[in-house]
Design a protein around this ligand. Structure first.
Ligand SMILES: Cc1cc2nc3c(=O)[nH]c(=O)nc-3n(C[C@H](O)[C@H](O)[C@H](O)COP(=O)(O)OP(=O)(O)OC[C@H]3O[C@@H](n4cnc5c(N)ncnc54)[C@H](O)[C@@H]3O)c2cc1C
Length: 509
C-alpha cells in the first residue's frame, strides 16, 4: 500500500517551465509528459530575460563567428563540440520560436532587428518588445504547452527527489498543491530547474531559482561540473530591491557608459572593450570601485536619451518605479549573481551520467559556456538543448516502469517543511561575502564551516532551503578546489589563470 496521496505515470516528466523545460516538453510529442513548476506556468528566470537571444542570422555573420566569440569569452573551458551545436542550430531554433508564436522585433525590411552585447563581434541578438524578450518567449511557449494534449501541467508543484533503482531513474516524488505527496513514475526525467541566483544576497533571479535540480541530481549520484562558475551581472539596479532589477547590457551595446560619482568613465584603461568587456571584468571593476567606497552609474543620457522609453520600456519602467529617470540622469548600478555556467553534466543530447536523467537549460552543464557565458547565449542554450533532449527521449521512447514497482522503492516526500527565512538570509549573505565575486582559500573554508552549522539547523525533510545549502556547499567546494582565476571564478589568492587548470572540477565523478 503506497503512502503517496497520488501516483501517476508518464513517458517523461519535465521539471521546470522556462524556455528549456517547455521546449523539451513540446518536442517530446507525442509522448505523454508532465511539466512541473514551483509557481505558475512560465515562472523562473525566462520571463525576466531582457536583452534577447543570440543567433547568427545577420548578414555577414555566421555560426563559426558566433562560436569563436563564445569560445573567447569561455576562457578555455568550453566544450567545442557543444559550442558548434549551439551556434550551428541557433538560427533554426530561433525560427522555431517564431513559428511557435514569438513576435521578435523586426526592422522596416521585415528582417529581425539585431542588437549587440558584450563579447559579440557582430549584431546578433534578437529581441522582442524591445527589452521584454523573455516575457514574450514565455508567453508563447506557455500558451502552446497549455494547448498541447500530450502535456499535463502541474503548477505549484515542488519536485522533491528522483526515484532511482538499480542505477536508473524511474520517476520522481513531489509535493503538488492540494494533492500532497505525489509519485510520478516515468522512465525519463528532464531537469530544467534553472540556475542558483537565490543562493546570493544580491541577485537578479526570481525566488523560485534555488538550485533544486543540482541538489536533487547530486543526491541521486549524477555528475555535476563547472559549478564554481557563477556569472555576476555588472549592472543591476542598486535600489535595494530583491531581486534586483536588471539593467540590460544592450544599453552598453547602444553606447551607454559606466561612470563613477564624479562622472568619469572608469572602464577605459581597464580593458580594451571598455564598457563592453566581458561581464566578469566589468563586474569586478565595479566591485573594486565600491570596495573603495565609490559608487557606479550607467549613463545612457547621451547614447539613448529621449528614446529610452521606446527602446528599453522594461528598464525604463523599473527605473521610474525607483524614482530614476534614465533619459536625464545616470542609473545607480551594482553587480548581482545572475547566471550559473555549471550544473548537471550532460552530453550533446542532454543526457546526464545517470540513465533516465536528462538536464537542460541553466541547470545543465553542456559545456557551451565554459568559465563564462557570452551574453544572450543562455536562452539559446535552452532552445537548442531543450529540443535535443526532447527528440532524444522520443527516439528512445523507453518503456514506462510499473507504478507498483516504483512505489515500492520511492520515499514519500512528507509534509511541507518550514521555509526557515533566517537561515536562508544567513546563507545568502555568506555566499555573497565569501563565495561571490572575489574568493580566497580562507574565506571559502570559513564558508564551508558555516554551512556545516547551517546544515545542523535545517528542519527535517527535503525542502528548497535544504537544497540551497547543498548546492551552496557544492559551489563553495568547487571554488576551493580551483586554485586559479578563470572566467566567472576569481580567487584573490590565485589571480592568474593556470594552464594546468584547463579542466573541469567534477562532483560525483
Ligand atoms: C533578469 C534576467 C535577465 C536575463 N536576460 C537574459 C537575456 O537577455 N538573454 C539570455 O540569453 N539570458 C538571459 N538571462 C538568463 C536566462 O533568462 C536564463 O538562463 C534562462 O531563462 C533559464 O531558463 P531555464 O528554462 O533553464 O530555467 P528558468 O527559466 O529559470 O525556469 C526554471 C523552472 O524550474 C522550476 N523549478 C525549479 N526548481 C523546481 C522544483 N524543485 N520543483 C518544480 N519546479 C522547479 C521553476 O519553477 C521554473 O519553472 C536573464 C536572467 C535574468 C534573471
Amino acid at each position: 500500500m503506497s503512502s503517496f496521496d497520488l501516483v501517476k505515470s508518464f513517458d517523461a516528466v519535465v521539471v521546470g517551465s522556462g524556455i528549456a523545460g517547455l521546449t523539451a516538453a513540446l518536442d517530446l510529442a507525442p509522448l505523454r509528459v508532465a511539466v512541473l513548476c514551483k509557481g505558475a506556468l512560465g515562472d523562473g528566470s525566462t520571463p525576466h530575460a531582457q536583452g534577447g537571444i543570440a543567433a547568427a542570422v545577420g548578414s555577414g555573420d555566421g555560426p563559426t563567428r558566433h562560436a569563436a566569440d563564445t569560445l573567447e569569452v569561455g576562457a578555455g573551458l568550453n566544450d567545442a563540440a557543444a559550442v558548434a551545436v549551439l551556434t550551428g542550430e541557433g538560427p533554426a531554433r530561433v525560427a522555431d520560436l517564431s513559428a511557435r508564436g514569438v513576435a521578435f522585433d523586426v526592422a522596416e525590411d521585415g528582417r529581425p532587428r539585431l542588437g549587440r552585447e558584450a563579447g559579440h563581434t557582430a549584431r546578433r541578438v534578437l529581441h522582442a518588445g524591445g527589452d521584454a524578450t523573455g516575457a514574450e518567449i514565455s508567453r508563447a511557449l506557455a500558451a502552446l504547452a497549455l494547448a498541447s494534449p500530450h502535456i499535463e501541467v502541474m503548477e505549484h508543484a515542488f519536485a522533491v527527489d528522483l526515484v532511482v533503482d538499480g542505477g536508473r531513474v524511474l520517476g520522481l516524488t513531489a509535493r503538488v498543491g492540494d494533492a500532497g505527496g505525489v509519485l510520478l513514475a516515468a522512465p525519463a526525467v528532464v531537469l530544467a530547474t534553472g540556475g542558483v541566483g537565490r543562493l546570493y544576497a544580491n541577485t537578479t533571479n526570481p525566488p523560485e531559482v534555488t538550485g533544486d535540480g543540482l541538489a536533487m541530481a547530486a543526491r541521486a549520484g549524477a555528475r555535476l561540473a563547472d559549478t564554481e562558475f557563477v556569472q555576476f551581472h555588472p549592472t543591476a539596479l542598486a535600489s535595494g530591491r530583491d531581486p534586483m532589477s536588471l539593467i540590460t547590457e544592450a544599453l552598453r551595446g547602444e553606447g551607454a557608459v559606466l561612470v563613477d560619482e564624479e562622472g568619469q568613465r572608469f572602464m577605459v584603461g581597464v580593458h580594451p572593450g571598455a564598457e563592453l568587456a566581458p561581464r566578469d571584468v566589468v563586474a569586478r571593476a565595479i566591485w573594486e570601485l565600491s570596495s573603495r567606497g565609490g559608487g557606479a552609474f550607467l549613463d545612457a543620457t547621451g547614447a539613448v536619451g529621449a528614446v529610452f522609453p521606446d527602446r528599453f520600456p522594461t528598464v525604463f519602467r523599473l527605473c521610474l518605479e525607483d524614482g530614476i529617470d534614465p533619459r536625464v540622469g545616470p542609473i545607480p548600478v551594482a553587480p548581482a549573481a545572475h547566471y550559473h555556467m555549471g550544473g548537471i553534466a550532460t552530453d550533446l543530447h542532454g543526457r546526464s551520467s545517470l540513465p533516465g536523467l536528462w538536464a537542460v537549460g541553466e541547470a545543465a552543464r553542456t559545456g557551451v559556456h565554459g568559465a563564462n557565458r557570452l551574453a544572450s547565449n543562455s536562452l539559446l542554450e535552452g532552445a537548442v538543448f531543450g529540443r535535443r533532449a526532447g527528440l532524444d527521449i522520443t527516439r528512445i521512447a523507453p518503456a514506462r516502469p510499473g507504478e507498483a514497482a516504483v512505489s515500492s522503492v520511492a520515499e514519500p516526500p512528507g509534509p511541507e517543511p518550514d521555509p526557515q527565512p533566517d537561515l536562508v538570509a544567513n546563507l545568502r549573505d555568506l555566499m555573497w561575502e565569501k563565495v561571490g565575486l572575489s574568493r580566497d582559500h580562507d574565506g571559502l573554508v570559513d564558508a564551508l564551516e558555516e554551512m556545516d552549522r547551517l546544515e545542523e539547523k535545517l528542519g527535517p525533510g527535503v525542502s528548497a532551503v535544504a537544497n540551497m545549502v547543498s548546492t551552496a556547499r557544492i559551489i563553495a567546494s568547487a571554488a576551493l578546489v580551483r586554485a586559479e582565476s578563470r572566467g566567472g571564478h576569481y580567487r584573490a589568492d590565485h589571480p592568474g589563470t593556470e594552464e594546468a587548470w584547463r579542466r573541469p572540477v567534477l562532483v560525483n565523478r
